[in-house]
Design a protein around this ligand. Structure first.
Ligand SMILES: O=C[C@H](O)COP(=O)(O)O
Length: 265
């Protein structure tokens, strides 16, 4: 298999959430890099990114740089502010100093537990872009919204809110992850058809707002109970360019298999 017809390099992102201390982070990153190399992972077939907690970022940076690992890394959140009296926050420029390539923004757990709305997500995404870090913006509906049949409208509203006021160039470099909340950590992965329906709507929204070339360039991921045994079906969908993986990214063999979805028959 070669890079998909879309020309978009699949992205397999491992969100560790609030797990692993720095000793465990060293173990996981080393073992992941070793496993991918042992299994002859082809970086032209998928880009692999890990998202450790803030406290592990320096450790991961040192490992990736020192051992020239073929892994990228990013942060799970950032401040919407430049700097100043914002106790506990971490700024985009701090993450840029740690050479983070990506930052997750608007994960449903941030929206749910920290009251983040689309305005916050937009402000954070702008901070990331200003610092040269690629935002990975999460959107997705809860079970109630889906049962009412409002999931597409809900996600489209989140996407438009997150991208408010951005230029086509800025939008073209983003990653958007569709994560239905009811699928996160539940084992209830969305069907490929359901995931495709929403990812297609996300791309259509980008096309309406920013034009076809931008819509064709942007990578749209699916997240929610992705495992080695369901990734191939999800990745077969034309508007899904990768996966945002939680629990399974903490298990090296599982995440390595997900990253190597292209090798599954
Ligand atoms: O960021 C990752 C998502 O929340 C998915 O988590 P999960 O793979 O454990 O369902």
């Amino acid at each position: 298999m070669t890079t998909p017809d879309s020309g978009r390099l699949p992205l397999m992102a491992g969100n560790w959430k609030m797990n692993l201390n720095h000793v465990e982070a060293v173990g996981l990153v080393q073992k992941l890099a070793w496993t991918l190399s042992d299994k002859k992972h082809d970086p032209q077939q998928s880009e692999v990114v890990v998202f450790p907690p803030f406290t592990d970022l320096r450790t991961v940076q040192t490992l990736v740089d020192g051992d020239r690992l073929k892994l990228a890394y990013g942060a799970q959140d950032l401040s919407p502010h430049d700097n100043g009296a914002f106790t506990g926050d971490v700024s985009a420029s701090m993450l840029a100093k740690l050479a983070c390539s990506y930052v997750i923004i608007g994960h449903s757990e941030r929206r749910q537990h920290h009251g983040e709305d689309d305005t916050t997500v937009n402000a954070k995404a702008r901070q990331a872009l200003k610092a040269g870090i690629t935002p990975l913006i999460c959107v997705g509906e809860d079970r109630f919204t889906r049962e009412e049949g409002r999931h597409i409208a809900h996600v489209v509203e989140q996407v438009n809110g997150a991208l408010q006021g951005m230029t086509a160039d800025e939008v073209g470099g983003l990653v958007i992850a569709y994560e239905p909340i009811w699928a996160i950590g539940t084992g209830q992965v969305a069907t490929p058809d359901d995931a495709q329906e929403v990812c297609e709507a996300i791309r259509a929204t980008i096309k309406d707002g920013h034009g076809e070339p931008v819509a064709n360039a942007i990578r749209v991921l699916y997240g929610g109970s992705v495992k080695a045994n369901n990734v191939a079906q999800i990745m077969a969908e034309p508007d899904i360019d990768g996966c945002l993986v939680g629990g399974a990214s903490l298990v090296v063999e599982e995440f390595a298999a997900i990253a190597r979805f292209y090798a599954m028959s």
